[in-house]
Design a protein around this ligand. Sequence first.
Ligand code: LHQ
Length: 245
Amino acid sequence: METIQVERRNRVGWLKWNRPEKLNALNATLLREAAEGLLALESDDEVRVIVLVGEGRAFSSGQDLTIESDADYGTYLEDVYHPLVRALEGCKKPLIAGIHGVVAGAGLSLALAADVRIVARSTKFSSAFIKIGLVADAGGPYHLSRLMRPDLALDWMWSGRTIDAEQAERYGLVTELVEDEAYPTRLTDYAESLAAKSPPAVQGMKALLRTTSFEQSLEEEIHWQRECGKTEVHQQAMQAFLSKK
Ligand code: LHQ
């Protein structure tokens, strides 16, 4: 692939935007290749956790602004962004965004689609859209309204402010803030230690936290706990506990 790198290491799949010279600005090729790469990692039984990262000095600067300004953006969103955004939202495996440098516009939207965000301290978060007269898109508003207080989300989106990682943390957008020097190692450790845990327990937690009603949650926990109860890791943990008595 031209604009995406896909790597597999220690049961972790890495999906890396790879246009560092443009700060990983998102063009149609990249967005299509990303959807393809994500689906390949999701269907690979050897991969338990997927990490989204950017090559070079940024996560992503958002939509590539060399797009023709007379393009129909509605059609562009439907054809190019939404397949990726749906694949991210539908992903059953844990999705981690590793964020450093700059995260702007639609790049921010993609990062917000992840389950957790590990963020290097010097990262700048740019809402950007309003500065060029656009609404936030690529699923960003949906995720923002769930992660942030709606009045603060609107205030930020209306202002177009760039905020630092500490402010993003206060807004609820950061799962773990890490010093820059420690960030690459911490990101890898986070992903690999999650990948070492029981897959049905990890995936089940994700599924359960996404249920939309109490009854659905009870239904689903029956399924997941039944599966988890049969796993070797659970059986061994029970035996270890009982053997200490
Ligand atoms: C870029 C970009 C970029 C192309 C840096 N595009 N080349 C919009 C439209 C249509 C439909 C779908 O949805 C959307 C939603 C959106 O995403 S709107 C928001 C789009 N993003 C932005 O407005 C951010 C634009 N970029 C910037 O403001 C700056 O580049 C930031 C603040 C991110 C970084 O600034 P610097 O660290 O000073 O880097 P730089 O500006 O020198 O950028 C490095 C290179 O990357 C440079 O290219 P060059 O050939 O001159 O070295 C930039 O032109 C290129 N680049 N962002 N979005």
